[in-house]
Design a protein around this ligand. Structure first.
Ligand code: GAL
Length: 449
């Protein structure tokens, strides 16, 4: 007898004895829907279906004989195949057989993997200038961070004048960036790195500098064509009321996605990496993949273990959303900042990497400790984040202290697993502070068989 985990539609019949008879008389329909379906030698699925039809509830009973079903099935498949064959060229011509990637052009490979880089916000907030940016860019190279994959050097909020020019353009702050943005990106590029800039999808940025709402095309051109940036982080402050936008949150971010896409089509240059920062307020993991390469899933991180467990907890429920060309952005790293202990910083970095978040350094690289650099340069962890073969990150399979699938910002899921090109990845997070155990995180990879 062959035992199969088969597929009768709807609730499943529990069959247990060796003759293939339902165990204990009439079949029951287990509430959990499990079943195993025995086939006797030479018996087809259809034979089994007809044998047990009396046990199936009324609405599930096969209405036709197995023979008729088989003929009906074959004819249906032939009709579908013929339809597809006839229709296929038209679909190809219209590009509809390709996966719908929206405004994201995947051809140049931009944003296929979680992006890695540096950003000024967590370390400097508004206290930025060209010296600070270039100093960190040079340190990325000299400290070996570039060599392990960190690529983008991002300027965050507060780089511009408070007013646009009379022509309507954003103007780089004359005191902080006296040499101008083109000079800055040229220097960054000459180090073999890429450059990132920041704007906002509303009227103003969060620190009240000009936002891009209504100026999307103009600003996209300024950022990429005139200033030479390669990445745009796009925030969500000071947004117009819906009665003004009349296109909602998705429409508002679509404006810039379209501007970046149109610009790239016009210039022939790869699209800027588009990093949406909507703080997870309207479930961007459901719609932002068609607009950009990553989307912030939460409010801002801070350099405390409570913030790390909070973000881990929130992201545990949407870990399925990251894959090639679209990643949950768990926010920039706090490794090297605040009062995070060595173990906490390691756990933070490992979780972000294995969950396929962008890895964006946010500390002062000048004076970064040996431990900070050791964490940021952990090649084995980075290799999982940058896996060229497996797109999705790890997901929780058990919570531990907290009951499974429940929300608890101090006690997020503790047992995680996922795939990598080299086998299975496990992540165990200790969140029990009361036991005085180090908040360490262990990882092991089993070779693929
Ligand atoms: C927040 C954003 C931060 C930072 C800040 C700048 O909305 O989440 O990462 O960019 O704005 O004002």
């Amino acid at each position: 007898m062959v035992r199969l985990s088969g597929d009768l539609d709807g609730p499943r019949v529990a069959v247990e004895d060796s003759l293939g008879r339902p165990n204990g008389g009439p079949a029951r329909y287990p509430p959990n829907g499990e079943y195993s379906q025995p086939l006797l030698a030479g018996e087809s699925d259809l034979d089994v279906r007809s044998k047990y039809q009396d046990l199936l509830p009324e609405h599930e009973s096969p209405r036709a004989s197995p023979g008729k079903l088989a003929i009906g099935f074959t004819v249906t498949m032939l009709v579908i195949a013929l339809g597809m064959w006839v229709y296929q060229p038209k679909l190809h011509r219209r590009g509809q057989l390709a996966v719908d990637t929206g405004y994201v052009d995947q051809s140049a490979g931009v944003g296929r993997l979680p992006f890695m880089g540096y950003n000024t916000w967590n370390a400097y907030w508004c206290n930025i200038n060209e010296t600070v940016v270039l100093e960190n860019a040079r340190l990325m190279k000299s400290l070996g961070l570039k060599d392990v994959g960190y690529e983008y050097v991002g300027v965050d909020d507060c780089y511009s004048e408070k007013q646009r020019s009379s022509a309507g353009d954003i103007v780089a702050n004359k005191e902080r960036f006296p040499s101008g943005m083109k000079k800055l990106t040229d220097e960054i590029h000459s180090l073999g790195l890429k450059a990132g800039i920041y704007s906002d999808s509303g009227w103003f940025t969060c620190q009240l500098y000009p936002g891009s709402y209504g100026n999307e095309e103009r600003d996209a051109k300024l950022f990429q064509e005139e200033w030479g940036f390669d990445l745009l982080k796009y925030d969500n402050c000071a947004i117009p009321f819906d009665s003004v936008m009349k296109e909602g949150m998705v429409g508002k971010f679509t404006r810039m996605a379209k501007a970046l896409s149109d610009l790239s089509k016009k210039t022939g240059k790869p699209q800027m990496l588009f990093s949406l920062c909507q703080w997870g307020r309207e479930e961007p993991w459901l719609w932002a993949r068609r607009l950009g390469h990553s989307w912030r899933t939460t409010d801002d991180i801070n350099a405390s273990w409570g913030s790390i467990t909070d973000l881990l907890n929130r992201n545990s429920f949407i870990s399925w959303a990251s894959d090639f060309f679209g990643h949950n952005d768990m926010d920039m790293l706090e490794v090297g900042n605040g009062d995070l202990t060595y173990d906490e910083a390691k756990s933070h970095f490992t979780a972000w990497a294995l969950m396929k978040s962008p890895l964006v350094i946010g500390t002062h690289l000048q004076g970064a400790s040996k431990e900070t650099l050791e964490i940021l340069k952990n090649k084995e962890i980075i290799a999982i984040n940058q896996d060229p073969v497996v797109g999705p990150g790890i997901t929780p399979f058990r919570w531990g202290i907290n009951p499974d699938w429940t929300y608890n910002w101090t006690h997020p899921a503790q047992y995680w697993s996922g795939r990598s090109e080299n086998g299975t990845v496990f992540m165990l997070v200790s969140v029990d502070r009361s036991s005085c155990h180090p908040l360490a995180l262990f990882l092991s990879i089993l070779p693929a068989t």
